[in-house]
Design a protein around this ligand. Structure first.
Ligand SMILES: C[S@@+](CC[C@H](N)C(=O)[O-])C[C@H]1O[C@@H](n2cnc3c(N)ncnc32)[C@H](O)[C@@H]1O
Length: 271
């Protein structure tokens, strides 16, 4: 399967799945490899035959959609973003939570891959913030459409490279066995994971923070981005934190102001 073959398939099928072809520019090779393996499995030599199969077979269309879920992630991905979270935004949410009768910081990670992002938050919380904000708890939920990734999140076992960006005090929380970094259960138990599609399933409670980095605002077409943002508006409290990818852009008019330039961290305004 050549890159041109992959471009041909994505150009034709991304819009039919509500996805943006342009979002795949830098990460296409992951999709190309998956489709390439699928062609071998199906015994198809030419991309034309696969395009015919797609037209005729709705199950194959779903299969292709799953190939388009880019699963790149790692702990403390984007240092500036997590530095800002540690220094400013998570402490602010904890301070504000302490003003309520049942102090809780409620965070949802949408498109959480194998848990790298929610577990980074869990590590920051338990190793740095919990002691500074006694009485305040973290309620952390995380969802992804890919069940295999959610299984990996439950196991909490990662290739050693996944934790390379974590500052040393957080890295030392892991048990290293050969080339595998294992997150101990005391941290794993802080996050609850489930399989869900962010286009249709949202938490049914008010939240203080929503992380959706490197998913809707890169891969979804504009209309789906708008619908996602409307859902965020409904469930994120005024003053709540929205984390999108540092290079992503929110569509159209919205009620968010950036917490610090270039971080993708936004605060929902109160009106
Ligand atoms: C590029 S990763 C981003 C992971 C993490 N947020 C980060 O920034 O490091 C995108 C994740 O979104 C998931 N995903 C893709 N489409 C999805 C959908 N419609 N609903 C839920 N998760 C989805 C993929 O399986 C993948 O794990």
């Amino acid at each position: 399967m050549t890159d041109d073959d992959c471009v041909r398939i994505l150009r034709e099928w991304c819009p039919r799945h509500g996805l943006r072809f342009e979002g795949f520019r830098r990460v296409r090779s992951q999709v190309r490899k998956r489709i390439g393996r699928r062609l071998v499995e199906l015994g198809l030599a030419a991309v034309e035959r696969y395009l015919e199969r797609l037209e005729a077979d709705p199950a194959e269309q779903l299969q292709l959609e799953s190939f388009c879920r880019i699963s790149i992630s790692r702990f403390y991905r984007d240092r500036l973003v997590f530095d800002r979270l540690r220094e400013a935004e998570l402490p602010r949410l904890a301070r504000e939570a302490l003003e309520s009768p049942q102090p809780k910081v409620r965070i949802w990670c949408a498109g959480c891959a194998s848990g790298e992002e929610p577990y980074t938050i869990a590590l920051l919380w338990s190793l740095e913030l919990a002691d500074r904000f006694p009485g305040c708890t973290l309620e952390l939920s995380a969802t992804d459409a890919n069940a295999a990734l959610i299984d990996r999140a439950h196991r909490g076992e990662y290739p050693a490279g996944s934790i390379r960006d974590l500052p040393a005090p957080f890295r030392s929380a892991f048990e290293i066995v050969g080339r595998t970094a294992i997150l101990p259960v005391q941290f794993r138990s802080l996050a609850s994971f489930s399989v869900a599609d962010v286009r249709t399933v949202f938490p049914d409670r008010e939240l203080d923070g929503i992380f959706c980095r490197n998913l809707p605002f890169t891969y979804f077409e504009l209309e789906a981005q708008r619908r996602f943002l409307e859902a965020v508006d409904r469930i994120l409290r005024p003053g709540g934190l929205l984390a999108i990818g540092a290079k992503e852009v929110l569509p159209g008019d919205h009620r968010f102001r950036e917490s610090a330039p270039g971080t993708g961290l936004f605060v929902r305004s109160s009106e």
